[in-house]
Design a protein. Structure first.
Length: 331
Protein backbone atom coordinates (compact mmCIF):
# COMPACT_ATOMS: atom_id res chain seq x y z
CA UNK A 1 0.00 0.00 0.00
CA UNK A 2 1.36 3.40 -1.00
CA UNK A 3 0.64 6.47 1.08
CA UNK A 4 1.12 10.19 0.48
CA UNK A 5 1.14 12.80 3.22
CA UNK A 6 -0.62 16.09 2.60
CA UNK A 7 -1.65 18.99 4.84
CA UNK A 8 -5.12 20.48 5.14
CA UNK A 9 -3.63 23.83 6.29
CA UNK A 10 -0.13 23.89 4.74
CA UNK A 11 0.40 27.65 5.26
CA UNK A 12 0.59 27.10 9.02
CA UNK A 13 3.91 25.31 8.45
CA UNK A 14 5.48 28.73 7.78
CA UNK A 15 5.33 29.26 11.55
CA UNK A 16 8.23 26.80 11.83
CA UNK A 17 10.46 29.62 10.55
CA UNK A 18 9.94 31.36 13.91
CA UNK A 19 11.93 28.60 15.58
CA UNK A 20 15.13 29.98 14.00
CA UNK A 21 15.05 33.40 15.78
CA UNK A 22 13.95 31.58 18.94
CA UNK A 23 17.08 29.41 18.77
CA UNK A 24 19.25 32.46 18.08
CA UNK A 25 17.77 34.25 21.10
CA UNK A 26 18.46 31.21 23.30
CA UNK A 27 22.12 30.97 22.18
CA UNK A 28 22.61 34.68 22.80
CA UNK A 29 21.03 34.45 26.26
CA UNK A 30 23.19 31.46 27.24
CA UNK A 31 26.40 33.18 26.26
CA UNK A 32 25.56 36.23 28.34
CA UNK A 33 24.22 34.33 31.32
CA UNK A 34 27.36 32.41 32.28
CA UNK A 35 28.54 33.29 35.81
CA UNK A 36 32.27 33.74 36.54
CA UNK A 37 34.06 32.82 39.73
CA UNK A 38 37.69 33.63 40.45
CA UNK A 39 39.60 30.96 42.37
CA UNK A 40 43.28 30.62 43.21
CA UNK A 41 43.53 26.98 42.16
CA UNK A 42 41.36 24.26 40.54
CA UNK A 43 43.23 21.29 42.01
CA UNK A 44 40.30 20.49 44.28
CA UNK A 45 38.13 19.82 41.20
CA UNK A 46 40.60 17.62 39.30
CA UNK A 47 39.65 14.39 41.06
CA UNK A 48 35.89 15.00 41.03
CA UNK A 49 33.74 13.13 38.51
CA UNK A 50 32.04 15.28 35.86
CA UNK A 51 28.32 15.80 36.55
CA UNK A 52 25.67 14.88 34.01
CA UNK A 53 23.71 18.08 34.46
CA UNK A 54 26.09 20.36 32.50
CA UNK A 55 25.78 18.10 29.47
CA UNK A 56 21.98 18.16 29.67
CA UNK A 57 21.62 21.87 30.37
CA UNK A 58 20.13 22.41 26.89
CA UNK A 59 17.56 19.60 27.24
CA UNK A 60 14.80 21.96 28.38
CA UNK A 61 15.28 24.16 25.33
CA UNK A 62 15.31 21.16 22.99
CA UNK A 63 12.16 19.73 24.57
CA UNK A 64 10.34 23.06 24.42
CA UNK A 65 11.34 23.49 20.77
CA UNK A 66 10.08 20.00 19.93
CA UNK A 67 6.74 20.71 21.61
CA UNK A 68 6.25 23.93 19.63
CA UNK A 69 7.31 22.29 16.35
CA UNK A 70 5.00 19.31 16.83
CA UNK A 71 2.03 21.54 17.68
CA UNK A 72 2.63 23.69 14.58
CA UNK A 73 2.71 20.60 12.36
CA UNK A 74 -0.42 19.26 14.09
CA UNK A 75 -2.25 22.54 13.42
CA UNK A 76 -1.40 22.10 9.73
CA UNK A 77 -3.44 18.85 9.91
CA UNK A 78 -1.29 16.21 8.17
CA UNK A 79 -3.37 13.63 6.31
CA UNK A 80 -2.38 10.30 4.78
CA UNK A 81 -3.90 9.41 1.43
CA UNK A 82 -3.85 5.78 0.36
CA UNK A 83 -3.31 5.16 -3.31
CA UNK A 84 -5.12 2.43 -5.23
CA UNK A 85 -4.32 -0.93 -3.70
CA UNK A 86 -5.07 -4.51 -4.65
CA UNK A 87 -7.21 -6.32 -2.09
CA UNK A 88 -8.24 -9.97 -2.15
CA UNK A 89 -11.67 -10.60 -0.69
CA UNK A 90 -14.14 -13.46 -0.67
CA UNK A 91 -17.57 -13.22 -2.26
CA UNK A 92 -19.66 -13.79 -5.34
CA UNK A 93 -20.53 -11.64 -8.32
CA UNK A 94 -24.18 -10.61 -8.40
CA UNK A 95 -26.10 -8.62 -10.99
CA UNK A 96 -29.58 -7.40 -10.13
CA UNK A 97 -31.87 -7.03 -13.14
CA UNK A 98 -34.83 -4.88 -12.15
CA UNK A 99 -38.08 -4.34 -14.05
CA UNK A 100 -38.96 -0.61 -14.00
CA UNK A 101 -41.98 -0.72 -16.31
CA UNK A 102 -45.08 1.32 -15.53
CA UNK A 103 -46.82 -1.65 -13.94
CA UNK A 104 -44.15 -1.67 -11.20
CA UNK A 105 -45.96 1.37 -9.80
CA UNK A 106 -48.92 -0.83 -8.80
CA UNK A 107 -49.99 -0.26 -5.20
CA UNK A 108 -50.29 -3.85 -3.97
CA UNK A 109 -46.88 -3.20 -2.34
CA UNK A 110 -46.33 -0.09 -0.24
CA UNK A 111 -45.68 2.51 -1.48
CA UNK A 112 -45.52 0.56 -4.77
CA UNK A 113 -43.80 -2.50 -6.20
CA UNK A 114 -40.76 -0.65 -7.49
CA UNK A 115 -39.98 1.19 -4.25
CA UNK A 116 -40.52 -1.96 -2.18
CA UNK A 117 -38.17 -3.94 -4.45
CA UNK A 118 -35.56 -1.17 -4.19
CA UNK A 119 -35.77 -1.04 -0.40
CA UNK A 120 -35.24 -4.78 0.06
CA UNK A 121 -32.47 -4.88 -2.55
CA UNK A 122 -30.61 -2.01 -0.84
CA UNK A 123 -30.80 -3.87 2.48
CA UNK A 124 -29.41 -6.93 0.73
CA UNK A 125 -26.53 -4.95 -0.79
CA UNK A 126 -25.66 -3.42 2.59
CA UNK A 127 -25.56 -6.86 4.21
CA UNK A 128 -23.03 -8.37 1.78
CA UNK A 129 -19.92 -6.16 1.90
CA UNK A 130 -17.62 -8.80 0.35
CA UNK A 131 -19.59 -9.28 -2.88
CA UNK A 132 -19.21 -7.40 -6.11
CA UNK A 133 -22.60 -6.26 -7.36
CA UNK A 134 -24.13 -4.38 -10.24
CA UNK A 135 -27.50 -3.24 -11.50
CA UNK A 136 -29.37 -3.56 -14.80
CA UNK A 137 -32.76 -1.93 -15.32
CA UNK A 138 -35.22 -2.78 -18.05
CA UNK A 139 -38.70 -2.06 -19.35
CA UNK A 140 -39.14 -1.78 -23.13
CA UNK A 141 -35.34 -1.51 -23.35
CA UNK A 142 -32.50 -2.26 -20.94
CA UNK A 143 -29.25 -0.65 -19.85
CA UNK A 144 -26.62 -1.03 -17.16
CA UNK A 145 -27.27 1.37 -14.31
CA UNK A 146 -24.11 0.24 -12.48
CA UNK A 147 -21.47 -2.32 -13.59
CA UNK A 148 -19.99 -4.81 -11.14
CA UNK A 149 -18.37 -2.95 -8.27
CA UNK A 150 -17.21 -3.46 -4.71
CA UNK A 151 -18.08 0.16 -3.91
CA UNK A 152 -21.55 -0.47 -2.50
CA UNK A 153 -22.08 3.17 -1.56
CA UNK A 154 -21.99 4.13 -5.25
CA UNK A 155 -24.28 1.25 -6.17
CA UNK A 156 -26.83 2.18 -3.50
CA UNK A 157 -26.85 5.82 -4.63
CA UNK A 158 -27.46 4.74 -8.23
CA UNK A 159 -30.15 2.33 -7.02
CA UNK A 160 -31.97 5.16 -5.29
CA UNK A 161 -32.03 7.14 -8.55
CA UNK A 162 -33.92 4.39 -10.40
CA UNK A 163 -37.41 5.48 -11.42
CA UNK A 164 -40.09 4.18 -13.74
CA UNK A 165 -40.32 6.03 -17.02
CA UNK A 166 -36.63 6.77 -17.57
CA UNK A 167 -36.69 4.46 -20.60
CA UNK A 168 -39.38 3.33 -23.04
CA UNK A 169 -42.18 1.39 -21.38
CA UNK A 170 -42.81 -2.32 -21.88
CA UNK A 171 -41.45 -5.56 -20.44
CA UNK A 172 -38.34 -6.85 -22.22
CA UNK A 173 -37.44 -9.65 -19.80
CA UNK A 174 -35.09 -11.39 -22.24
CA UNK A 175 -33.24 -8.17 -22.96
CA UNK A 176 -32.90 -7.38 -19.25
CA UNK A 177 -31.49 -10.85 -18.60
CA UNK A 178 -29.13 -10.72 -21.60
CA UNK A 179 -27.70 -7.37 -20.49
CA UNK A 180 -26.99 -8.76 -17.03
CA UNK A 181 -25.35 -11.84 -18.56
CA UNK A 182 -23.12 -9.60 -20.65
CA UNK A 183 -21.89 -7.92 -17.48
CA UNK A 184 -21.11 -11.24 -15.78
CA UNK A 185 -19.73 -13.35 -18.61
CA UNK A 186 -16.10 -12.24 -18.10
CA UNK A 187 -16.18 -12.61 -14.33
CA UNK A 188 -13.62 -14.99 -12.79
CA UNK A 189 -15.74 -15.67 -9.71
CA UNK A 190 -16.73 -19.27 -9.09
CA UNK A 191 -20.28 -18.19 -8.22
CA UNK A 192 -22.05 -15.83 -10.60
CA UNK A 193 -25.65 -14.90 -9.89
CA UNK A 194 -28.40 -12.84 -11.50
CA UNK A 195 -31.48 -11.80 -9.54
CA UNK A 196 -34.21 -10.98 -12.05
CA UNK A 197 -37.27 -9.13 -10.72
CA UNK A 198 -40.31 -8.55 -12.90
CA UNK A 199 -44.06 -8.21 -12.54
CA UNK A 200 -45.23 -8.98 -16.04
CA UNK A 201 -45.06 -10.92 -19.28
CA UNK A 202 -42.33 -10.52 -21.89
CA UNK A 203 -43.73 -8.32 -24.65
CA UNK A 204 -40.77 -6.35 -25.97
CA UNK A 205 -37.16 -6.82 -27.03
CA UNK A 206 -35.31 -8.86 -29.64
CA UNK A 207 -33.95 -11.49 -27.22
CA UNK A 208 -36.35 -14.25 -26.10
CA UNK A 209 -36.06 -14.88 -22.34
CA UNK A 210 -35.24 -18.57 -22.74
CA UNK A 211 -32.50 -17.76 -25.25
CA UNK A 212 -30.98 -15.38 -22.70
CA UNK A 213 -31.24 -18.19 -20.14
CA UNK A 214 -29.29 -20.52 -22.42
CA UNK A 215 -26.56 -17.89 -22.74
CA UNK A 216 -26.47 -17.51 -18.97
CA UNK A 217 -26.08 -21.25 -18.51
CA UNK A 218 -23.22 -21.39 -21.00
CA UNK A 219 -21.31 -18.93 -18.82
CA UNK A 220 -22.10 -20.78 -15.60
CA UNK A 221 -24.45 -18.07 -14.33
CA UNK A 222 -27.22 -18.98 -11.91
CA UNK A 223 -30.44 -16.99 -12.29
CA UNK A 224 -32.94 -16.39 -9.50
CA UNK A 225 -36.22 -15.14 -10.90
CA UNK A 226 -38.79 -13.25 -8.88
CA UNK A 227 -42.38 -12.61 -9.85
CA UNK A 228 -43.31 -9.43 -8.00
CA UNK A 229 -47.01 -8.92 -7.35
CA UNK A 230 -49.94 -10.06 -5.27
CA UNK A 231 -52.35 -12.71 -6.47
CA UNK A 232 -55.66 -11.77 -8.04
CA UNK A 233 -56.08 -8.09 -8.80
CA UNK A 234 -54.02 -5.03 -7.89
CA UNK A 235 -54.40 -1.25 -8.33
CA UNK A 236 -52.44 -0.37 -11.49
CA UNK A 237 -51.67 3.19 -12.65
CA UNK A 238 -53.68 4.15 -15.74
CA UNK A 239 -53.20 7.33 -17.74
CA UNK A 240 -56.46 9.22 -18.33
CA UNK A 241 -57.30 12.70 -19.67
CA UNK A 242 -57.53 13.73 -16.01
CA UNK A 243 -54.08 12.40 -15.09
CA UNK A 244 -52.93 9.13 -13.54
CA UNK A 245 -55.64 7.03 -11.95
CA UNK A 246 -55.40 3.65 -10.25
CA UNK A 247 -57.61 0.86 -11.50
CA UNK A 248 -57.90 -2.70 -10.19
CA UNK A 249 -56.58 -5.05 -12.85
CA UNK A 250 -55.66 -8.71 -12.94
CA UNK A 251 -52.05 -9.47 -12.02
CA UNK A 252 -50.42 -11.27 -14.94
CA UNK A 253 -46.97 -12.78 -14.42
CA UNK A 254 -45.49 -15.39 -16.75
CA UNK A 255 -44.55 -17.71 -13.91
CA UNK A 256 -44.02 -20.69 -16.19
CA UNK A 257 -41.38 -18.84 -18.19
CA UNK A 258 -39.67 -17.53 -15.03
CA UNK A 259 -39.61 -21.05 -13.58
CA UNK A 260 -38.03 -22.38 -16.78
CA UNK A 261 -35.30 -19.74 -16.66
CA UNK A 262 -34.50 -20.57 -13.04
CA UNK A 263 -34.60 -24.34 -13.60
CA UNK A 264 -32.47 -24.14 -16.73
CA UNK A 265 -29.73 -22.20 -14.92
CA UNK A 266 -29.86 -24.17 -11.63
CA UNK A 267 -31.49 -21.22 -9.89
CA UNK A 268 -34.84 -20.90 -8.21
CA UNK A 269 -38.11 -19.11 -8.86
CA UNK A 270 -39.91 -17.11 -6.18
CA UNK A 271 -43.31 -15.48 -6.20
CA UNK A 272 -42.92 -12.37 -4.09
CA UNK A 273 -46.30 -11.28 -2.84
CA UNK A 274 -44.57 -9.33 -0.09
CA UNK A 275 -41.07 -8.41 1.09
CA UNK A 276 -40.59 -11.79 2.78
CA UNK A 277 -40.51 -13.39 -0.66
CA UNK A 278 -37.56 -11.23 -1.61
CA UNK A 279 -35.77 -11.88 1.67
CA UNK A 280 -36.04 -15.62 1.02
CA UNK A 281 -34.03 -15.16 -2.16
CA UNK A 282 -31.25 -13.46 -0.29
CA UNK A 283 -31.06 -16.21 2.30
CA UNK A 284 -30.64 -18.70 -0.52
CA UNK A 285 -27.81 -16.66 -2.05
CA UNK A 286 -26.04 -16.58 1.32
CA UNK A 287 -25.58 -20.34 1.02
CA UNK A 288 -23.74 -20.11 -2.29
CA UNK A 289 -20.08 -21.04 -2.48
CA UNK A 290 -17.85 -18.00 -2.16
CA UNK A 291 -14.74 -17.37 -4.21
CA UNK A 292 -11.76 -15.06 -3.88
CA UNK A 293 -11.98 -11.88 -5.90
CA UNK A 294 -9.23 -9.36 -6.55
CA UNK A 295 -10.60 -5.84 -6.30
CA UNK A 296 -9.15 -2.37 -6.14
CA UNK A 297 -10.02 -0.10 -3.26
CA UNK A 298 -9.26 3.51 -2.56
CA UNK A 299 -9.08 4.69 1.02
CA UNK A 300 -10.20 8.12 2.05
CA UNK A 301 -7.98 10.68 3.73
CA UNK A 302 -6.98 9.83 7.27
CA UNK A 303 -6.11 12.49 9.83
CA UNK A 304 -2.61 12.03 11.30
CA UNK A 305 -2.36 14.96 13.72
CA UNK A 306 -3.40 13.07 16.85
CA UNK A 307 -0.10 11.24 17.29
CA UNK A 308 1.74 14.56 16.90
CA UNK A 309 -0.34 16.08 19.69
CA UNK A 310 0.33 12.99 21.83
CA UNK A 311 4.11 13.34 21.35
CA UNK A 312 3.93 17.07 22.09
CA UNK A 313 2.09 16.39 25.34
CA UNK A 314 4.65 13.71 26.23
CA UNK A 315 7.65 16.00 25.65
CA UNK A 316 5.93 18.85 27.49
CA UNK A 317 5.36 16.61 30.51
CA UNK A 318 9.04 15.61 30.53
CA UNK A 319 10.10 19.25 30.25
CA UNK A 320 7.87 20.30 33.17
CA UNK A 321 9.12 17.37 35.25
CA UNK A 322 12.81 18.17 34.62
CA UNK A 323 12.31 21.89 35.16
CA UNK A 324 10.84 21.22 38.61
CA UNK A 325 13.30 18.50 39.65
CA UNK A 326 16.79 18.08 38.20
CA UNK A 327 16.91 21.55 36.59
CA UNK A 328 15.01 23.47 39.22
CA UNK A 329 16.57 26.83 39.94
CA UNK A 330 16.49 28.57 43.28
CA UNK A 331 16.27 32.39 43.18
Amino acid sequence: MMEDITFANPKILYLLILLAPYAAWYIFRIKNADATLQVSTIKIFEESKPALRPYLRHALFILRTLVVALLIVALARPQSINRWEDVTTEGIDIMLSLDISGSMLARDFQPNRLEAAKDVAIQFISGRPDDRMGLVVFSGESFTQCPLTSDHAVLINLFKDVKSGIIEDGTAIGLGLATAVNRLKDSKAVSKVIILLTDGVNNRGDVPPLTAAEIAKSFGIRVYTVGVGSRGVAPYPVQTPFGTRFQDMEVQIDEEMLEQIALFTDGRYFRATNKKGLEEIYREIDNLEKSKIDVKQYSRKKEEYLWLVAFAAFFLAIEVLLRNTAFKTIP
